[in-house]
Design a protein around this ligand. Structure first.
Ligand code: N01
Length: 543
């Protein structure tokens, strides 16, 4: 009596979507419109994905807000009012919530529920999926909309976890306000999350110590309120801007009226002109510092010229020469680690209550209850902020126990690095679809554009199967082989492989060193995906 194991509840679905960020939300909207029975699952308690979790002080998008939004709903585009050039995290989360309400999405989203495993049943030709709530799902398709930077990476430091004061992860920031007033705060990590949060933390805390392992290139955001005129002008031509963004390299455009230009080599432009061009971009702010030149991303000598321009800026801003030198990035070419956009980052080191510790000279030995033990001193802290990045692009995929044909797990299939066709599909995993997966433009693009493209491609493929009374779409090992080779070859023509970056998987100990995104650009990639469809899903077997 009472010992009979309870049978898990089983739910039958057409599609299981994992993740309720911008990708999962749009998937639900489209699949529901097409008449597919769909449920979305997310560990968070609400929609928003990365913008739900990354609520650290200073969190802000570095793609302009007028571009970083959905294009699928033209009325929404006209009604929604972005207030700043680069939207802050609370505004983006409000936008995500607004979309969820506008399209009544939450009724098909199960929050605070993880997908723990998914196994392909070759006989039934269905996925059997298990949730953290003990529910068993049977679904024809599984779409992984888990985000690319969603599995935080801890610092590999002895004693991490023993600190007696509060530890705050930028990627898991509390929902209640954190007050650093009067406290001695330590921040580990100087990527985008650290560089955005440090100036805000330092303005409030009694003292801030920044533990920097690698100096990073950061450009001023020059964030500002949007004017009524620029918003109106943009809305008047919204469709033109969207169309141009889709065929562009990065998925967002500054000026659609500018004639297409052939970019000069930075080495060929006379020095005065080159400096004037770089100065103009520095003054404008944003990520486009080197976008006016053809060779900064591919030629070491050209790259060094742009990198030195930024180092000179750092030296001109930071008053202490040693601190300035410590902040000057020298370990990697500019652009090969994700460049950061900041508001007052370098200026922060001129505050008397901020200290930079260069871990290359003075490494951390351990963390203890009272603070951080360096090689030559102990730094006492009241609070610790961890901004040490993510197991990018693959971490959230392989953390689910996904098993395709013959019980092979995705983790096993990707032991030497991820292998996809177009970043959308994996051989041996029928009806498993990736959104912005490895070997797609993804993190090198405006994610909104790449998300919409993938969601439309995947949902059209699912609808195509139904229209032709078929059940399965599966890529072939040959197609995967060809795409991985092509993607790797394009990457090898750039300077990306020279950096120990998360783009290369190099930030996670033991992770294979492989260039993860596709560097061919959004427009070119979109054409390729469209051509695959036009050739009756070339590289896939439909059955
Ligand atoms: O993470 P990161 P992030 N001991 O990996 C250091 C996006 N994003 O969260 O370089 C000491 O860039 C590590 O040092 P090193 C954006 O795409 C966007 O900041 O490995 N230090 C590095 O300094 C971004 O690129 C936005 O030597 C350790 C830092 O931690 C991506 O997310 C905002 C360490 C990690 O930097 C990731 O950014 C925020 C250790 N054991 C994020 N381990 C916007 O839209 C790691 N570090 C603006």
């Amino acid at each position: 009596m009472g010992d009979t194991p309870t049978q898990p509840v089983t739910t039958e679905l057409d599609v299981v979507v994992v993740g309720a960020g911008f990708a999962g939300m749009y998937l639900l909207y489209r699949l529901r419109t097409m008449g597919f029975v769909t449920k979305v699952y997310d560990a968070a308690s609400d929609v928003g994905g990365t913008w739900f979790w990354n609520r650290y002080p200073g969190a802000r998008c570095d793609v302009p807000s007028l571009d970083y939004s959905y294009s699928f709903d033209p009325d929404l585009e006209q009604e929604w009012e972005w207030t700043e050039r680069f939207a802050a995290q609370p505004e983006i989360l409000t936008y995500a919530r607004h979309v969820a309400e506008r399209h009544d999405l939450r009724r098909d989203i199960e929050f605070e529920t993880r997908i723990e495993s998914a196994t392909f049943d070759e006989v039934a030709r269905r996925w059997e999926v298990r949730t953290s709530r003990g529910v068993r799902l049977l679904a024809q398709h599984v779409v992984l909309a888990v985000g690319t930077l969603s599995t935080p990476k801890p610092p590999e430091i002895d004693g991490f976890g023993t600190f007696a004061g509060p530890t705050y992860w930028t990627a898991r920031w509390p929902h209640d306000d954190v007050d650093f007033t009067g406290r001695r705060v330590g921040v580990i990590g100087t990527g985008s999350s650290g560089i955005q949060s440090i100036p805000v933390i330092a303005a409030q805390a009694a003292h801030t110590t920044v533990f920097q392992r690698t100096a990073n290139f950061s450009m001023p955001a020059r964030n500002r309120p949007l004017t009524g005129n620029e918003v109106a002008a943009r809305k008047a031509r919204a469709r033109e801007y969207r169309a141009a963004a889709r065929t562009s390299y990065s998925g967002f455009l500054v000026d659609i009226d500018a004639p297409p230009a052939t970019l000069p080599s930075i080495l060929a432009v006379p020095e005065a002109e080159r400096v004037a061009m770089l100065e103009q971009k520095w003054t404008e702010g944003g990520l486009g510092l080197t976008s006016g030149f053809s060779d900064v991303a591919s030629d070491v000598t050209a790259n060094a010229v742009a990198a030195e321009f930024v180092r000179e800026k750092i030296r001109s801003i930071v008053s202490d020469p040693q601190v300035a030198e410590d902040l000057c990035p020298t370990s990697h070419p500019i652009g090969t680690k994700r460049p950061c956009l900041d508001t007052g980052y370098y200026e922060t080191y001129n505050r008397p209550n901020v200290r930079l510790v260069n871990l290359r000279r003075n490494p951390i030995r351990s963390i203890d209850a009272a603070g951080v033990e360096l090689d030559d001193e102990h730094v006492a802290l009241d609070a610790l902020v961890v901004a040490t990045g993510f197991d990018a692009m693959t971490g959230s995929l392989v953390s689910i126990d996904l098993r395709g044909r013959d019980g092979v797990s995705l983790a096993e299939a990707w032991a030497e690095g991820p292998r996809t066709y177009l970043g959308l599909a994996v051989a041996g995993f029928p009806n498993l679809h990736l959104v912005t997966g490895p070997q797609s433009p993804s993190v090198l693009s405006n994610m909104m554009v790449s998300i919409e493209q993938h969601v439309e491609w995947i949902t059209d493929a699912i609808a195509h199967l139904r229209a032709h009374r078929m059940q399965m779409i599966e890529t072939t090992p040959d197609a995967v082989e060809g795409w991985v080779e092509h993607s790797t070859e394009l990457g090898s023509r750039t300077l990306f492989p020279l950096a120990d970056s998360w783009y290369m998987g190099a930030n996670v100990p033991g992770k294979p060193r492989v260039f993860l995104p596709y560097v061919g650009g959004c427009g070119h990639y979109r054409k390729r995906c469209d051509r695959v469809v036009a050739k009756n899903y070339e590289g896939f077997v439909l059955s």
